[in-house]
Design a protein around this ligand. Structure first.
Ligand SMILES: Nc1ncnc2c1ncn2[C@@H]1O[C@H](COP(=O)(O)OP(=O)(O)OP(=O)(O)O)[C@@H](O)[C@H]1O
Length: 256
């Protein structure tokens, strides 16, 4: 399932927080959406899904809400549950948009196993740790079995082993022809698992390509105010983020 955005713009108080973004994501992609805090990553995904008003076009917004829900699943950044609902029932809520009731049990069980939350099935969602709840909400996302997944910081708050598991799962979905777009602050994870990185800065799309093409020293310094490098390891090249180089134009706060 591909995603096509044409000239997408979101204005808030007259200022564009997403500024004329055009993006084509073919089926079978795992795209990491990166950029500093406030760059517009969440806003772009919300606009793509038709959750907020936007100028320009997203091929998702042309669909009826019911068809859109069967095509795209959304993991919001906020991980809050207001009711003490049992975990399994919460994951099952992901099945609402799919009319195929016979698939419910398998979809829920498979999603819970993939996120290692089967043992939490009867626990109240309001009584989980932050990382456990995050995994349960990703399981709800997977239970929807949509061809397109948009996830806002899906690995934030997960321990390293579960971060790897989720990133590997998304990469596998892409190999199977599904499409995943995820905002990610951990550049090492993004560089390792995503086929393509899309870099946003101040609402604009400023770089788009393979991780090694996007994570260049000049861009890292300009956009994030850091440096970084791909370091060879026995497990392949690993991207390491470093403080800005001496003499960098990035302002360094004075010592207290
Ligand atoms: N509901 C809102 N009303 C007004 N401004 C908003 C709203 N939500 C976000 N913004 C602003 O829009 C800009 C983009 O925010 P957005 O959440 O898309 O950034 P982001 O790249 O996802 O950031 P982060 O990495 O911190 O999650 C920011 O300047 C933010 O302050």
């Amino acid at each position: 399932m591909s995603l096509s955005l044409q000239d997408l713009t979101v204005r808030r108080d007259g200022c564009p927080t997403v500024d004329h973004v055009t993006l084509e994501v073919p089926a079978g992609s795992f795209v990491g959406l990166i950029g500093p805090n406030g760059a517009g990553k969440t806003t772009l995904m919300q606009a793509a899904l038709g959750l907020i008003p936007a100028e320009g076009q997203s091929d998702l917004t042309a669909l009826s809400p019911a068809r859109r829900a069967r095509r795209a699943a959304w993991l919001p950044q906020a991980r809050e549950i207001a009711w003490p609902i049992p975990v399994e029932a919460l994951v099952r809520l992901g099945r609402r948009a799919d009319p195929d009731r016979r698939a419910d049990a398998a979809a829920v069980a498979e999603a819970m196993a993939a996120l290692d939350v089967t043992h939490l099935a009867s626990r109240r969602a309001t009584e989980l740790s932050g990382g456990e709840l995050a995994r349960v909400l990703i399981a709800r996302l997977l239970a929807q079995r949509t061809p397109l997944i948009l996830a806002d910081e899906p690995v934030a708050g997960l321990d390293p082993s579960h971060q790897f598991a989720v990133m590997e799962l998304f990469a596998r979905f892409a190999r199977q022809g599904r499409t995943v777009i995820a905002s990610i602050h951990d550049l090492a994870l993004a560089a390792r698992f995503c086929h393509r990185l899309v870099l946003m800065d101040r609402g604009r799309l400023v770089a788009d390509g393979r991780p090694s093409e996007v994570l260049t020293p000049a861009r890292l310094e300009q956009v994030f105010g850091v440096s970084g490098a791909f370091v060879p390891t026995p497990a392949g090249p690993v991207f390491v983020t470093l403080p800005p180089p001496p003499g960098s134009s990035v302002p360094v706060p004075p010592e207290p």
